[in-house]
Design a binder for this molecule. Structure first.
Ligand SMILES: [Mg+2]
Ligand SMILES: [Zn+2]
Length: 189
């Protein structure tokens, strides 16, 4: 099937359990129940699924790019096991005070995704558990979805979400809604 739609997901707290101590090893990467199956359902409905994730643990020296690659390999393999396909992972390895263009809440990573996939981000669903995920997506024209997994409940309690933010229990619930909205099959490009 030609995948003509795009969705952008944060990683920690959306696909896998988050930790205040960072996800520093493959063992610490543990999927949230139902998240990979939800990605498979998106794929079947014609979505390309792209991850955009801040990984300042690299700048802090908590883990290396090699370890990050191994974590992502584990994620891709776990996805494959349930028939899910993550098309790409974009990450920002910088610290907040590096002042890069890619670290969320800046929109740089999302604009890179738009360029790579040659699509407009207008209305593209952007799913995150932190305010800065949704701020970055909002700047890029995405439709913001907050999930209550990971840091989501604290994020909702703090408020200040971009206008139009939809709040759902988890990624599986977001996908339920997205797929229910579309009655007809995805158009091919
Ligand atoms: Mg997160
Ligand atoms: Zn960066």
């Amino acid at each position: 099937m030609v995948r003509s739609k795009l969705i952008i997901l944060d990683r920690d707290g959306v696909i896998n359990h988050d930790s205040d101590a960072f996800i520093k090893s493959t063992d610490e990467w543990i999927p949230i129940p139902g998240s990979l199956e939800a990605i498979a359902r998106l794929n079947q409905a014609g979505y390309r699924v792209v991850v955009a994730t801040n990984q300042s643990g690299i700048a802090r020296g908590l883990f290396s790019i090699l370890t990050l690659n191994a974590i992502h390999q584990k994620m891709h393999l776990a996805a494959k096991l349930v028939g899910a396909d993550i098309d790409a992972v974009f990450f920002c390895p910088h610290a907040a005070d590096d002042n890069c263009a890619c670290r969320k809440p800046k929109a740089g990573m999302l604009l890179d995704i738009a360029k790579r996939f040659d699509v407009s981000l207008k209305g593209v669903p952007n799913v995150g558990d932190s305010l800065r995920d949704l701020q970055a997506g909002f700047l890029a024209g995405c439709a913001p979805y907050l999930v209550l997994t990971g840091k989501g409940e604290a994020t909702q309690a703090k408020g200040g979400l971009p206008p139009g933010t939809k709040v759902h229990a988890d990624l599986a619930a977001v996908v339920d809604l997205l797929l229910k909205k579309r009655a007809e099959p995805a158009p091919s490009v």
